[in-house]
Design a protein. Structure first.
Length: 124
């Protein structure tokens, strides 16, 4: 993954191909340097090779859910900004969510992804 100076590397993790396709095209329009994973195992593998600054993780995925994935990624990339995307955010207690920085409710606006990326970029 080639990175321009000052660019924020992003990982988007979701098992729904339609969502990934829409986000991929949206990120292309705004020149976001992004990688994509379709499950938690693939996301963890990518995080072993790359220093992502912002990681969006869907909660409901087969094999390893978003929280399980986030816990493992947190160990690999302690300074990454992790966003859990879920329609079930009211079902978690605060202890379960310690590994994530933010929760994004589904459905979400694509622009909210950019808002988070820009905010983290400004904090660099």
């Amino acid at each position: 993954m080639k990175r321009k100076k000052g660019e924020v590397e992003v990982l988007f993790v979701d098992d729904e191909p339609n969502i990934v396709d829409v986000v991929r095209e949206f990120f292309k329009l705004f020149n976001v340097n992004a990688s994509f994973a379709e499950n938690g195992f693939e996301a963890i593998s990518l995080c072993k090779k790359n220093k992502y600054k912002v990681i969006f993780i869907d909660y409901l995925m087969p094999g390893k859910n978003g929280l399980e994935t986030a816990r493992e990624i947190r160990k690999l990339l302690p300074s990454a900004y992790l966003v859990l995307i879920t329609g079930f955010w009211t079902q978690f207690d605060s202890d379960e969510l310690e590994c994530v920085n933010e929760i994004m409710a589904k459905p979400f606006q694509l622009s909210s992804l950019l808002d988070i990326i820009h905010r983290i970029k400004m904090e660099k």
